[in-house]
Write a protein that binds this ligand. Structure first.
Ligand SMILES: Nc1ncnc2c1ncn2[C@@H]1O[C@H](COP(=O)(O)OP(=O)(O)OP(=O)(O)O)[C@@H](O)[C@H]1O
Length: 772
């Protein structure tokens, strides 16, 4: 383990004494943790078993159960690595920092352990010789189970401030130990070793949109998740109510990061892929990048608006419906008038429909009356008001009339509307004035399977269609009446049983259930309490707005996706992390202002991360050449580590390529840790098949999970992930097949934490000449 600068592992013989002293303190902290856990478990049991009668009691009990079970979960999560370290301060003595706060016996002193998110813990992460913040020593305490195994001390002393223009690293030994460890396929938290530039972002003010731009491996994902935990700690009440959403690019990525927040004791966060953001839709179908890019443009909002308006139809020629055998005629101009007044009455499509139907039926009833009147004696004055009302009912109930309303102004769900729109070239053409035939053809999709780019369109469609909730209200009313009837039956039963049980003469003295409870109250009580967590309720509710939204790999989001997220977060309290040098989609961003200004002009601010914690310097140098070749002017992050195996390249010839991939992967499985083969999309199937024939546990595509064995991924699928060993296959293919091929190659090369090899069927692309 390298020990550098002002830092040193505590030297023997003092080491033993120090270890023993720290062990004593740590043992005491675990005893406090146990006690806190016992107490919370006891309170939870009490709450669960406590009798609650009134709806208010039930609600309070529900809140206590939720609070105590969250507390038990958080205390359980704190068990592993409870203590992170301590700072010794000039004036206030030692302060221990850990995953959770634990009170001291004397409430007036510092807590026995301070939560890493509390303001007092901050100097543990940010004190440097240049800015000591009242700290004289930082000590990282490493434990295995509940045993202290190592101490790393860092003297925060102005005399050691001389090398301040190097990388600003705190707790270097602990950091390098964490970075050098083999990966498990699941991201872990970084509470022990958060760096000062990361800490600043984690604790930044919650208001507005905080954009974190940083190269590969700079800890953007780690920072975003720790910021989520910090915000939940700092704004617990508001966020517990409104919820916090974390959006990631792919299901594989979400699986990769899924353990981090629970390990920080936070379980109430909703993690979602963009394709899964809409309740009831799991959008995973593939489509051409050009089609996704079109769907992602902001002008799609207008396209959909036109397409919805086109569903409010005025027929080209007169229509005749039969009402009870009598033909009644409508002219196009009649329908146009009815449509205009319905549009005036309601801005949205579905709420406008009852108005349209009512006016159309009125008109038909009049015409019907005319027809009948004409049939009898030539005058409709024949009918009184009651008669006209009866005629209206008759007309409205006529199946042909209902069918006509449905044809001219159909009730539409977003799913039905969008599916029918994308499958109908004529509708597309009508809604896209000025578009080229090629673009219209790109939008056309007859099979109806949802893609990620459809999700924002579905949400947009909802906004345009609105909901006609009359059916829902009807159902709620029926439910209430049913509960009321059931309650009344229960009371009757109780009442009935009393009279048979009673002795003579007691009748007037005994209160029956019916005397205490009205059927109304019993029905209320029977209504199920909503025991779902905020995250579960938010996941099921399309209109849910979140207290804070974290977006990872945000450079990939299209303008329409931003529009959706802005709607889900009206306060614009957001954390957006990404790297515009890694954008792989056509719809994604080259510049942050481009995507954020339309939704958060003046409300967003940019922070940068500059140090790469993942990729050793030698590998990063290869990737940096690729970035430089792109001519974007973006600077690659500086690697915190050097050494490890030098990256290498091999030219195999096309015929030996797959065979060499298999051999290389078999060789590498001898190494500890995770392994990925990154390939251009056209080679994914062949490579995965060849590997599966030789090795067990190979996964690929959306199911890829490096915790189970080697994975085969395209650059898009590899985004945001990391592996100990990475084999990049056919780099020229990666460059050629991606719509932003150079970014894809940059992504592929920066996934490695330990070793990188490139296998090329032919000559290496110029960008990789360093490896030649
Ligand atoms: N302060 C830290 N202490 C320990 N490990 C860290 C620290 N910061 C980052 N890491 C580790 O570095 C690796 C890269 O972090 P992360 O995946 O968050 O980077 P990223 O910026 O999101 O990368 P990419 O742009 O490639 O998705 C992870 O293994 C992470 O745990």
């Amino acid at each position: 383990m390298p020990t550098t600068r002002s830092e040193r592992a505590v030297a023997p013989p003092a080491a033993d004494t120090q270890l023993a002293l720290e062990q004593e303190y740590v043992t005491d902290l675990y005893a406090r943790l146990d006690a806190a856990r016992d107490l919370a478990a006891r309170r939870l049991r009490q709450a669960i078993t406590s009798p609650a009668v009134s709806p208010q009691d039930l609600q309070e009990r529900d809140a206590t159960v939720r609070f105590q079970s969250e507390r038990v979960t958080a205390l359980d999560a704190a068990e592993a690595g409870l203590v992170v370290g301590r700072i010794d301060r000039v004036t206030d003595g030692a302060l221990y920092v850990g995953r959770i706060g634990l009170a001291a016996d004397d409430a007036r002193t510092d807590p026995a352990l301070v939560d890493w998110r509390a303001p007092a813990a901050r100097p543990f992460y940010t004190a440097t010789p240049m800015h000591p913040l009242g700290v004289v020593r930082r000590r990282h305490i490493r434990t295995r189970g509940r045993t202290v195994v190592r101490l790393d001390d860092e003297v925060i002393d102005a005399l050691t401030a001389a090398d301040a223009d190097g990388l600003q690293i705190t707790g270097e030994a602990a950091l390098l130990a964490a970075l050098g460890a083999s990966r498990t396929g699941r991201m872990t938290d970084i509470v022990r070793t958060i760096q000062a530039e990361q800490d600043r972002i984690i604790r930044a003010d919650a208001g507005g949109v905080l954009v974190v731009q940083g190269g590969p491996g700079t800890g953007k994902t780690a920072v975003a998740l720790h910021r989520a935990a910090y915000l939940l700690y700092t704004h617990r009440e508001r966020l517990a109510r409104r919820g916090l959403l974390v959006v990631g690019p792919t299901p594989t990525f979400l699986r990769y990061i899924a353990d981090v927040l629970p390990s920080l004791g936070e379980t109430g966060v909703l993690l979602s892929g963009l394709g899964q953001l809409r309740p009831g839709v799991d959008a995973r179908a593939e489509e051409a990048p050009e089609a996704a890019a079109l769907k992602g443009r902001l002008e799609m909002a207008e396209v959909l608006e036109r397409a919805v308006a086109a569903r409010q139809v005025v027929p080209d020629a007169p229509v005749t419906v039969l009402v009870d055998g009598t033909p009644v005629r409508l002219r196009p101009v009649d329908v146009a008038r009815v449509r205009t007044s319905a549009r005036k009455a309601a801005r949205l499509h579905n709420p406008g429909r009852p108005e349209f139907a009512r006016r159309l039926v009125d008109l038909l009833a009049k015409r019907y009356a005319d027809a009948l009147g004409a049939g009898i004696d030539g005058g409709r004055d024949l009918f009184g008001r009651d008669d006209v009302a009866a005629l209206r009912r008759e007309v409205g109930g006529e199946p042909e009339v209902r069918a006509l309303v449905q044809r001219l102004w159909p009730r539409l769900t977003a799913e039905r509307f969008l599916r029918e729109f994308l499958a109908d070239p004529a509708a597309i053409a009508e809604a896209t004035p000025g578009w080229s035939a090629a673009d219209r053809a790109r939008l056309h999709r007859p099979d109806g399977a949802w893609t990620v780019a459809d999700v924002p369109l579905l949400e947009e469609a909802d906004e345009l269609l609105g909901s006609d909730d009359s059916a829902e209200r009807g159902r709620a009313g029926r439910d209430h009446r049913r509960r009321l009837a059931e309650a009344q039956a229960t009371l009757d039963l109780l009442h009935g049983s009393r009279s048979t049980d009673l002795e003579d003469g007691e009748d007037g003295e005994v209160l029956s259930a019916g005397d205490l409870l009205t059927a109304e109250r019993l029905a209320d009580r029977q209504r199920e309490l909503d025991l779902r967590t905020t995250a579960e309720r938010a996941a099921a509710d399309r209109t849910w707005t979140f207290g804070h939204v974290v977006v990872d790999e945000a450079q990939e989001l299209s303008p329409m996706a931003w529009r959706l997220l802005a709607r889900r977060c009206p306060t614009r309290s957001m954390t957006v992390v990404g790297d515009v040098a890694q954008t792989g989609t056509l719809a994604g961003a080259d510049r942050w202002a481009e995507v954020l200004d339309p939704h958060a002009a003046g409300l967003w601010r940019l922070e940068e991360l500059t140090v790469n914690y993942r990729t050793p310097a030698e590998i990063m140098a290869v990737a940096a050449d690729v970035l430089a070749a792109g001519g974007t002017g973006l600077t690659p992050p500086r690697s915190v580590r050097e050494g490890g195996e030098p990256p290498e390249a091999e030219t195999t010839g096309e015929e030996h390529l797959v065979g060499r991939v298999v051999e290389r992967v078999v060789d590498w499985t001898a190494h500890e840790g995770t392994l990925a083969v990154v390939v251009p999309p056209s080679r994914a199937a062949a490579v995965a098949d060849a590997l599966s024939a030789k090795l067990a546990g190979i996964t690929s595509g959306p199911e890829a999970d490096s915790a189970r064995g080697p994975v085969v991924l395209t650059p898009t699928e590899a985004k945001g992930l990391e592996f100990d060993s990475v084999l990049v296959v056919d780099p020229q293919g990666v460059l050629d097949e991606g719509v932003r091929g150079r970014n894809d190659l940059y992504v592929a090369l920066t996934r490695a934490t330990q070793r990188l090899a490139v296998l090329a069927p032919g000559a290496l692309p110029a960008e990789l000449s360093r490896l030649a």
